[in-house]
Design a protein around this ligand. Structure first.
Ligand code: HEM
Length: 339
């Protein structure tokens, strides 16, 4: 009799626990590798994203860099919740710092295919994270396991966009990353993302022509690079041309450690890139990364940490139907404490 009462009590508390856990949404709150395994009928969610990214990169190589940057710009504003994808006059994508961000149409295409394969299952935030990983791999940076299980945010405001500036010092940038739980070492690795892709002349004009109001070029830039860049970026030119961030031009689209090698030789393009090689807190790291071949693997680990910044999981957030619009603006209720 005593035993059956104990069993009944245990069953009661177990059931209560399950109800509470489901109610609060804390049960499956962690990101995990393979979150979508067997959740999308028989379809391979990551494989579907990969095939879209692969085809788009074959059409236009530069889209890979755009996808990696998209992930960073998403994660740094309200966490990796795809808030950058929401359309709207004053949404994040319209903030000045996001003007040259691209890759949206790649995410839209992957989302469309995933909705056909399994409606309402895969979040836009996860599609961005998977696409960024695929872009690294397809650029030669190796494959890392991407964690999934993020859900999509329902708010996107340009006024929330507060990204570090390319002319910030290393300590200022480190502070911005620290606020997101990312260490100095991981910041250096992540800035190695600038080993592919481009920047526009408007970001470097002062380094070429009027550094710190001096009327001269930045003395920390290799003079031969100054001359090279002045040709592509003439003074006061209307056309805001694009230049490779990695000055080993054979490696513009290749995910390798050449960016660190270039910055070490004073050939960093953005002020923050050059500062990494010169600041006492990061110069040794840059030296190591410039000469070792473990950068791509370490970059992957840092991307996993970036991808975990302030994520929504469990019952929080929602799964959008289209990555450009929220499903519903949930009314706040006394039960929304956790979501
Ligand atoms: C202090 C932090 C950072 C600053 C100030 C910064 C700034 C910039 C700027 C100014 C550009 C050029 C934009 C343009 O001219 O259109 C750029 C491009 C890029 N950034 Fe960053 N960035 C930072 C961190 C990161 C991180 C953490 C990643 C990746 C994990 C990243 C990946 C990229 C990529 C791949 C591009 C090239 C984009 C393209 O070609 O479309 N950046 N970044």
């Amino acid at each position: 009799m005593k035993i059956s009462m104990a069993v009944a009590a245990a069953a009661f508390y177990l059931a209560l626990g399950i109800i509470l856990v489901n109610f609060t949404g804390q049960c499956d709150a962690a990101l995990q590798v393979g979150f979508y395994n067997r959740k999308c009928n028989t379809r391979n969610v990551e494989g579907i994203v990969f095939s879209v990214v692969e085809r788009r990169m074959n059409e236009k190589k530069g889209i890979g860099a755009a996808l990696i940057r998209l992930h960073f710009h998403d994660c740094f504003v309200k966490g990796c919740d795809a808030s950058i994808l929401l359309d709207g006059d004053s949404s994040e994508k319209n903030a000045t710092a996001n003007q040259s961000v691209g890759g949206y149409e790649v995410i839209d295409e992957a989302k469309g295919l995933l909705e056909e394969a399994c409606e309402g299952v895969v979040s836009c935030a996860d599609i961005i994270a998977i696409a960024a990983r695929d872009a690294v791999q397809l650029s030669g940076g190796g494959r890392y396991d991407v964690q999934t299980g993020r859900r999509d945010g329902i708010e996107s405001l340009a006024s929330n966009v507060d990204l570090p500036s390319p002319s910030s010092s290393v300590p200022q940038s480190a502070d911005a990353f620290k606020k997101k739980g990312i260490s100095l070492e991981d910041m250096v690795l992540l800035l190695g993302g600038h080993t592919i892709g481009f920047t526009h002349c408007s970001f470097i004009e002062d380094r070429l022509y009027n550094f710190g109001g001096s009327g001269e070029a930045d003395p920390t830039m290799d003079p031969s690079l100054v001359e090279q860049l002045k040709v592509v970026c003439p003074k006061n030119s209307e056309a805001d041309a694009a230049v490779s961030l990695d000055r080993n031009l054979a490696s513009t689209f290749i995910f390798d450690n050449s960016f660190f090698n270039q910055t070490k030789h004073r050939r960093g393009v953005l002020p923050i890139d050059q500062a990494l090689a010169l600041d006492p807190s990061t110069t040794n790291m840059v030296d190591n990364l410039a000469t070792s071949n473990d950068f791509p693997a370490r970059f992957g680990q840092a991307m996993v940490k970036l991808g975990a910044v302030e994520v929504l999981t469990g019952q929080r957030g929602e799964i959008r139907k289209s990555c450009r619009a929220v499903v519903k603006n949930k009314p706040r209720s006394p039960f929304s404490l956790f979501g």
